[in-house]
Design a protein around this ligand. Structure first.
Ligand SMILES: *Cc1c(COP(=O)(O)O)cnc(C)c1O
Length: 418
């Protein structure tokens, strides 16, 4: 089927089973928001919830709220709400700290498990195109461990097979690539790793709430991910950690703070990890920020990842089709795989003047983002993105390209955050 009119898109919206959920988000007028893969939109409920946490729980409850408002239980309670979205079970996930910090914890735990199994394994394998913080954290850990630990980077998923061997401790991959939107085969790569005695760490930053994930069914070992992208937890909201039940109590993790202690208020001088995934907590959590995560998760609880995935694929297919049919005479190269099995919930195109094109789009109210080199990136969040918005976004892109308006000097100025 080819889409030729805006009316066809309006009709798709009319029949969209997720249509009503959009009303649960506060989106500004005049904006087509295609950057929910970087910072999710604000759930309407978050304003009242923030006021309640600040005025009532903090303001009135004061320190009593650790018990009476459930603050202490929050990491685990939110973890349980998040678990179904990533194919995890009850009490297998905690929400805590940042993705970078959680990656350090699980990577260190995985390496420690390997030290007990086969200490000669000292290589962490990953992709050069992985999100930089993942590589930096792995480099930092290898440097801290010394003793010959190192990071081995491959240039494409096809090279992973040859790079994972008898010297490898951990295969650390991001399930959906932040730049290309390419999705990896979690079950297949985990099987490959396990067959060679290697543990897997999966970064789900661009997967949680974006695509169905089956951590237990894929037999993955460790996973981490953020809540401020597709999960709509708010700027800098805490991340999450999952550890396979079989490995959870094999070791603790080096950021062994008191929140992961078996009896935090016994104030013992010696660290003793609590049983279960709570040993992946470190210290006192940012309660105000963490409370916002629940507003996003409560919207997901009204649908499921299969329904979201079906719409996500329709949205990304439509965007690709319209850009190619209506902007095809411009130098745009699709970077994201066409194959559904290999596509996340974003679409990236390369354009020689990508930075300026994106700035011009943002000025016209189409908010996506730019990633080096030359990539313009559009995130599609089925909870609130409509088919009509896809049509309108492509029409604005076509106008920006046809008119050459993006060539204006003001679109070349770089901000700190792109
Ligand atoms: C967004 C993202 C991060 C962000 O990590 P922070 O610690 O929250 O800054 C890490 N890894 C990947 C793959 C990401 O997409």
């Amino acid at each position: 089927m080819t889409t030729q009119t805006r009316e066809q898109c309006e009709s798709l919206d009319l029949h969209d089973p997720l249509r009503a959920l959009r009303d649960q988000f506060a989106l500004p007028d005049g904006v087509i928001y295609l950057d929910g893969n970087s910072l999710g939109a604000r759930p309407r409920a978050s304003a009242a919830r923030a006021a309640e946490v600040v005025s009532e729980e903090w303001g009135v409850g004061l320190i009593r709220s650790w018990n009476t408002a459930g603050w202490f239980e929050l990491p685990q309670r939110l973890g349980n709400k998040l678990a179904p979205l990533v194919g995890a079970g009850e009490n297998e996930v905690v929400v805590t700290d940042t993705t970078s910090i959680n990656l350090f914890k699980v990577l260190a735990a995985a390496v420690r498990v390997q030290q007990t199994r086969d200490p000669s394994r000292k290589v962490i394998v990953s992709e050069a195109s992985n999100f930089p913080t993942d590589l930096y954290i792995a480099q930092g850990l290898a440097d801290l461990l010394q003793q010959g630990y190192s990071l081995r980077l491959v240039n494409s998923p096809a090279e992973i097979d040859a790079a994972v061997g008898a010297d490898t401790a951990v295969l650390m991959l991001t399930h959906v690539n932040y730049k290309s939107g390419e999705m990896l085969d979690m079950a297949g790569l985990t099987e490959l790793a396990h067959a060679r005695g290697v543990l897997t760490v999966w970064d789900l930053c661009h997967s949680a709430g974006a695509v169905p994930v089956a951590l237990n069914a894929s037999k993955a070992d460790y996973a981490i991910g953020c809540t401020y992208k597709y999960l709509n937890g708010g700027p800098g909201s805490p991340a999450f950690v999952w550890v396979a039940p079989a490995l959870r109590d094999a070791f603790w993790q080096p950021l062994s703070g008191w929140w992961g202690h078996a009896a935090p208020f016994a104030m013992e001088p010696q660290y003793r990890p609590v049983d279960g995934v709570r040993r992946f907590l470190c210290g006192t959590q940012p309660v105000t920020s963490m409370a916002m995560v629940e507003c996003g998760l409560d919207i997901f609880a009204q649908t499921n990842m299969q329904v979201l995935r079906a719409k996500s694929l329709l949205l990304t297919d439509l965007f690709i089709e319209l850009v190619e049919s209506r902007c095809g005479h411009h130098p745009l190269t699709l970077v994201t795989p066409r194959d559904h099995a290999r596509r996340g919930s974003q679409v990236s195109f390369e354009h020689p003047e990508g930075y300026a094109v994106m700035q011009a789009l943002i000025e016209r109210g189409v908010i996506g983002d730019y990633r080096e080199p030359r990539i313009i990136r559009f995130g599609f969040t089925p909870l609130y993105t409509s088919f009509t918005e896809v049509w309108d976004a492509v029409e604005i892109l076509r106008d920006v390209l046809d008119s050459g308006s993006f060539r204006d000097e003001r679109f070349l100025k770089r901000s700190t955050v792109t």
